[in-house]
Design a protein. Structure first.
Length: 287
Protein backbone atom coordinates (compact mmCIF):
# COMPACT_ATOMS: atom_id res chain seq x y z
CA UNK A 1 0.00 0.00 0.00
CA UNK A 2 2.84 2.37 0.78
CA UNK A 3 4.17 1.79 -2.74
CA UNK A 4 0.87 3.00 -4.19
CA UNK A 5 1.05 6.15 -2.07
CA UNK A 6 4.41 7.07 -3.59
CA UNK A 7 3.01 8.60 -6.83
CA UNK A 8 0.50 10.57 -4.78
CA UNK A 9 3.26 11.85 -2.53
CA UNK A 10 5.24 12.87 -5.59
CA UNK A 11 2.29 14.91 -6.86
CA UNK A 12 2.21 16.92 -3.66
CA UNK A 13 5.98 17.22 -3.34
CA UNK A 14 5.96 18.81 -6.77
CA UNK A 15 3.01 21.04 -5.96
CA UNK A 16 4.72 22.31 -2.83
CA UNK A 17 7.96 23.27 -4.54
CA UNK A 18 8.54 26.98 -5.03
CA UNK A 19 9.37 28.01 -8.59
CA UNK A 20 13.00 29.07 -8.65
CA UNK A 21 12.50 30.98 -11.89
CA UNK A 22 13.69 34.31 -12.78
CA UNK A 23 9.86 35.88 -19.80
CA UNK A 24 10.96 38.30 -21.80
CA UNK A 25 14.51 39.38 -22.56
CA UNK A 26 15.38 41.22 -19.37
CA UNK A 27 14.46 44.63 -20.80
CA UNK A 28 11.92 46.90 -19.10
CA UNK A 29 8.31 45.97 -19.70
CA UNK A 30 6.52 48.50 -21.90
CA UNK A 31 4.18 49.93 -20.71
CA UNK A 32 5.50 49.70 -17.16
CA UNK A 33 3.37 47.70 -14.72
CA UNK A 34 1.16 49.95 -12.65
CA UNK A 35 0.01 52.00 -15.62
CA UNK A 36 -3.68 52.85 -15.96
CA UNK A 37 -4.25 52.43 -19.69
CA UNK A 38 -7.17 50.59 -21.24
CA UNK A 39 -6.67 46.90 -22.08
CA UNK A 40 -9.71 46.18 -24.28
CA UNK A 41 -12.96 44.23 -24.49
CA UNK A 42 -13.29 40.61 -23.36
CA UNK A 43 -9.53 40.07 -23.14
CA UNK A 44 -7.80 36.96 -21.82
CA UNK A 45 -4.83 36.67 -19.51
CA UNK A 46 -1.91 35.78 -21.77
CA UNK A 47 1.31 36.31 -19.86
CA UNK A 48 2.50 36.14 -16.25
CA UNK A 49 5.82 37.87 -15.69
CA UNK A 50 8.14 37.83 -12.72
CA UNK A 51 9.73 41.27 -12.72
CA UNK A 52 12.60 43.07 -11.06
CA UNK A 53 11.01 45.65 -8.74
CA UNK A 54 13.96 48.01 -9.19
CA UNK A 55 13.74 48.51 -12.95
CA UNK A 56 10.62 46.59 -14.15
CA UNK A 57 12.83 44.21 -16.16
CA UNK A 58 11.38 40.81 -16.98
CA UNK A 59 12.94 37.91 -15.09
CA UNK A 60 10.76 34.98 -16.11
CA UNK A 61 7.61 34.63 -18.21
CA UNK A 62 4.85 32.09 -18.71
CA UNK A 63 3.28 33.04 -22.03
CA UNK A 64 0.24 31.61 -23.82
CA UNK A 65 -0.15 32.26 -27.54
CA UNK A 66 -3.68 32.62 -28.94
CA UNK A 67 -4.78 32.53 -32.58
CA UNK A 68 -7.11 35.10 -34.18
CA UNK A 69 -10.13 33.15 -32.88
CA UNK A 70 -8.87 33.40 -29.31
CA UNK A 71 -7.92 29.72 -29.10
CA UNK A 72 -4.70 28.85 -27.28
CA UNK A 73 -2.02 27.39 -29.54
CA UNK A 74 1.19 27.38 -27.50
CA UNK A 75 2.66 27.85 -24.02
CA UNK A 76 6.21 29.05 -23.45
CA UNK A 77 8.35 29.50 -20.35
CA UNK A 78 11.31 31.83 -20.87
CA UNK A 79 14.08 32.51 -18.35
CA UNK A 80 15.53 35.91 -19.20
CA UNK A 81 18.34 35.57 -16.67
CA UNK A 82 19.84 32.93 -18.94
CA UNK A 83 18.00 33.80 -22.19
CA UNK A 84 16.68 30.26 -22.21
CA UNK A 85 13.37 28.85 -23.38
CA UNK A 86 13.06 26.17 -20.73
CA UNK A 87 9.49 25.08 -21.42
CA UNK A 88 7.46 24.90 -24.63
CA UNK A 89 4.26 23.07 -25.52
CA UNK A 90 1.81 23.34 -28.41
CA UNK A 91 -1.95 22.80 -28.15
CA UNK A 92 -2.99 20.25 -30.79
CA UNK A 93 -6.78 19.96 -31.12
CA UNK A 94 -8.59 16.85 -32.34
CA UNK A 95 -12.29 16.74 -31.53
CA UNK A 96 -12.61 16.90 -27.74
CA UNK A 97 -8.87 16.27 -27.24
CA UNK A 98 -6.16 18.86 -26.58
CA UNK A 99 -2.75 17.23 -26.78
CA UNK A 100 0.11 19.18 -25.18
CA UNK A 101 2.89 16.58 -25.47
CA UNK A 102 3.36 13.04 -26.78
CA UNK A 103 2.27 11.68 -23.38
CA UNK A 104 -0.07 14.40 -22.06
CA UNK A 105 -3.53 15.43 -23.16
CA UNK A 106 -6.68 17.13 -21.91
CA UNK A 107 -10.22 16.05 -22.77
CA UNK A 108 -13.03 18.62 -22.88
CA UNK A 109 -16.79 18.46 -22.42
CA UNK A 110 -19.59 20.02 -24.49
CA UNK A 111 -18.97 23.39 -22.79
CA UNK A 112 -15.25 23.21 -23.73
CA UNK A 113 -14.29 22.73 -20.09
CA UNK A 114 -11.55 20.29 -19.15
CA UNK A 115 -13.11 17.00 -18.05
CA UNK A 116 -9.94 14.89 -17.86
CA UNK A 117 -6.16 15.03 -18.02
CA UNK A 118 -4.08 12.00 -19.05
CA UNK A 119 -0.34 11.59 -18.56
CA UNK A 120 2.31 8.86 -18.48
CA UNK A 121 5.91 9.08 -17.30
CA UNK A 122 8.93 8.06 -19.38
CA UNK A 123 8.86 4.45 -18.20
CA UNK A 124 5.52 3.91 -19.96
CA UNK A 125 4.42 1.20 -17.53
CA UNK A 126 0.75 0.92 -16.61
CA UNK A 127 1.32 1.91 -12.98
CA UNK A 128 2.85 5.20 -14.16
CA UNK A 129 -0.08 6.13 -16.42
CA UNK A 130 -2.33 8.52 -14.54
CA UNK A 131 -5.38 10.64 -15.20
CA UNK A 132 -7.50 13.21 -13.45
CA UNK A 133 -11.28 13.54 -13.88
CA UNK A 134 -12.95 16.92 -13.26
CA UNK A 135 -16.58 17.73 -12.35
CA UNK A 136 -18.45 21.04 -12.23
CA UNK A 137 -21.66 22.28 -10.68
CA UNK A 138 -24.57 23.94 -12.49
CA UNK A 139 -22.96 27.37 -12.08
CA UNK A 140 -19.78 26.23 -13.81
CA UNK A 141 -17.50 26.03 -10.76
CA UNK A 142 -15.06 23.13 -10.34
CA UNK A 143 -16.34 20.98 -7.46
CA UNK A 144 -14.24 17.82 -7.66
CA UNK A 145 -11.12 16.30 -9.17
CA UNK A 146 -10.36 12.59 -8.95
CA UNK A 147 -6.87 11.19 -9.50
CA UNK A 148 -6.42 7.66 -10.87
CA UNK A 149 -3.53 5.39 -11.76
CA UNK A 150 -4.20 3.18 -14.76
CA UNK A 151 -4.45 -0.44 -13.64
CA UNK A 152 -5.68 0.45 -10.14
CA UNK A 153 -9.48 -0.05 -9.95
CA UNK A 154 -10.11 2.72 -7.40
CA UNK A 155 -9.19 6.40 -7.11
CA UNK A 156 -5.78 7.43 -5.90
CA UNK A 157 -7.25 10.59 -4.35
CA UNK A 158 -10.43 12.66 -4.48
CA UNK A 159 -10.24 16.45 -4.30
CA UNK A 160 -13.27 18.50 -3.28
CA UNK A 161 -13.62 22.25 -3.81
CA UNK A 162 -15.77 24.40 -1.55
CA UNK A 163 -17.16 27.71 -2.82
CA UNK A 164 -18.76 30.56 -0.89
CA UNK A 165 -20.04 33.82 -2.35
CA UNK A 166 -18.47 33.00 -5.70
CA UNK A 167 -15.03 32.36 -4.19
CA UNK A 168 -13.10 29.12 -3.78
CA UNK A 169 -12.50 28.95 -0.02
CA UNK A 170 -11.20 25.41 0.54
CA UNK A 171 -9.66 22.42 -1.22
CA UNK A 172 -9.42 19.02 0.43
CA UNK A 173 -7.99 15.77 -0.92
CA UNK A 174 -8.49 12.38 0.66
CA UNK A 175 -7.16 8.94 -0.23
CA UNK A 176 -8.89 5.64 0.46
CA UNK A 177 -5.90 3.43 -0.38
CA UNK A 178 -5.65 2.23 3.21
CA UNK A 179 -9.34 1.30 3.39
CA UNK A 180 -10.54 4.47 5.07
CA UNK A 181 -10.50 8.10 4.03
CA UNK A 182 -7.16 9.69 4.86
CA UNK A 183 -6.51 13.38 4.32
CA UNK A 184 -3.52 14.01 2.05
CA UNK A 185 -3.90 17.68 1.14
CA UNK A 186 -5.92 20.70 2.19
CA UNK A 187 -5.88 24.40 1.47
CA UNK A 188 -7.79 27.40 2.71
CA UNK A 189 -8.13 30.59 0.66
CA UNK A 190 -9.01 34.09 1.82
CA UNK A 191 -10.05 37.03 -0.35
CA UNK A 192 -10.12 40.78 -0.48
CA UNK A 193 -13.84 41.46 -0.73
CA UNK A 194 -13.18 44.81 -2.41
CA UNK A 195 -10.81 43.44 -5.05
CA UNK A 196 -12.44 42.32 -8.29
CA UNK A 197 -10.53 41.81 -11.55
CA UNK A 198 -11.94 41.32 -15.02
CA UNK A 199 -11.39 37.93 -16.72
CA UNK A 200 -8.72 36.65 -14.32
CA UNK A 201 -7.89 32.93 -14.09
CA UNK A 202 -8.90 30.47 -11.36
CA UNK A 203 -6.44 30.02 -8.48
CA UNK A 204 -6.09 26.30 -7.66
CA UNK A 205 -3.37 25.60 -5.05
CA UNK A 206 -3.35 21.92 -6.05
CA UNK A 207 -3.25 22.41 -9.84
CA UNK A 208 0.20 20.97 -10.54
CA UNK A 209 -1.05 19.17 -13.66
CA UNK A 210 -2.65 22.27 -15.19
CA UNK A 211 -0.79 25.31 -13.86
CA UNK A 212 1.34 25.97 -16.95
CA UNK A 213 -1.64 25.57 -19.29
CA UNK A 214 -4.42 27.24 -17.33
CA UNK A 215 -4.42 30.51 -19.28
CA UNK A 216 -5.39 28.51 -22.37
CA UNK A 217 -7.86 26.11 -20.72
CA UNK A 218 -11.34 26.32 -19.25
CA UNK A 219 -11.21 24.65 -15.82
CA UNK A 220 -14.30 26.30 -14.41
CA UNK A 221 -15.22 29.81 -13.38
CA UNK A 222 -12.65 31.84 -11.43
CA UNK A 223 -13.32 33.26 -8.01
CA UNK A 224 -15.27 36.51 -7.84
CA UNK A 225 -12.66 38.34 -5.76
CA UNK A 226 -8.87 38.37 -5.79
CA UNK A 227 -7.16 36.01 -3.41
CA UNK A 228 -5.19 37.56 -0.54
CA UNK A 229 -3.97 34.49 1.37
CA UNK A 230 -3.56 30.75 0.78
CA UNK A 231 -2.53 28.22 3.42
CA UNK A 232 -1.81 24.74 2.05
CA UNK A 233 -0.93 21.63 4.03
CA UNK A 234 0.27 18.25 2.81
CA UNK A 235 0.11 15.02 4.82
CA UNK A 236 2.30 11.92 4.75
CA UNK A 237 1.14 8.32 4.31
CA UNK A 238 0.38 8.11 8.03
CA UNK A 239 -1.86 11.17 8.03
CA UNK A 240 0.68 13.38 9.78
CA UNK A 241 1.39 16.95 8.65
CA UNK A 242 4.23 16.89 6.16
CA UNK A 243 4.43 20.58 5.25
CA UNK A 244 2.44 23.79 5.59
CA UNK A 245 2.98 26.65 3.16
CA UNK A 246 1.48 30.14 3.32
CA UNK A 247 1.39 32.70 0.52
CA UNK A 248 -0.02 36.24 0.58
CA UNK A 249 -1.20 38.43 -2.31
CA UNK A 250 -1.28 42.21 -2.17
CA UNK A 251 -0.56 45.51 -3.94
CA UNK A 252 -3.11 44.88 -6.68
CA UNK A 253 -2.89 47.31 -9.59
CA UNK A 254 -5.46 47.61 -12.37
CA UNK A 255 -5.89 48.96 -15.84
CA UNK A 256 -8.48 51.72 -16.18
CA UNK A 257 -10.98 49.16 -17.49
CA UNK A 258 -10.62 46.75 -14.57
CA UNK A 259 -8.00 44.15 -15.54
CA UNK A 260 -5.39 43.11 -12.96
CA UNK A 261 -1.99 44.19 -14.30
CA UNK A 262 0.21 43.70 -11.25
CA UNK A 263 0.38 42.19 -7.76
CA UNK A 264 2.94 41.11 -5.18
CA UNK A 265 3.16 37.63 -3.68
CA UNK A 266 4.84 37.10 -0.32
CA UNK A 267 5.80 34.05 1.70
CA UNK A 268 5.72 30.59 0.11
CA UNK A 269 4.36 29.75 -3.31
CA UNK A 270 2.68 26.50 -4.28
CA UNK A 271 3.93 24.90 -7.46
CA UNK A 272 0.28 24.06 -8.10
CA UNK A 273 -0.25 27.65 -9.30
CA UNK A 274 1.50 29.47 -12.17
CA UNK A 275 2.39 32.48 -10.02
CA UNK A 276 5.77 33.70 -8.75
CA UNK A 277 6.84 35.16 -5.44
CA UNK A 278 7.66 38.85 -5.47
CA UNK A 279 6.31 41.39 -7.93
CA UNK A 280 4.50 40.07 -11.00
CA UNK A 281 2.90 41.72 -14.01
CA UNK A 282 0.07 40.45 -16.20
CA UNK A 283 -0.51 40.96 -19.92
CA UNK A 284 -3.61 40.18 -21.95
CA UNK A 285 -4.72 39.02 -25.39
CA UNK A 286 -7.64 40.91 -26.90
CA UNK A 287 -9.45 39.40 -29.89
Amino acid sequence: MKKLLLPLGLIFILSACQKELSVEDGTPIIPPPGGTGTIGNNCKLQQILAINPANSAGLYSIYTQFNSAGVATKVEGFDSTTSTMDFEASFIYTGDTIRVSPVELFLTDAQKRVKAFHTVDNSGSAIDSAYFAYAYNGEGYLISKTAFLVGIPFPLAVFTYTWSGGNLVAVKAVSNLTGSDQKVFEASLEYDGNAVAKNFIPVYPDGIESSLYIMGLNIGKPSRNLVKKVVATTYDENGNVDSTLTSTYSDYKYSSDGYLIEWTVGGDLLGGSPFFTGRSAFKYYCP
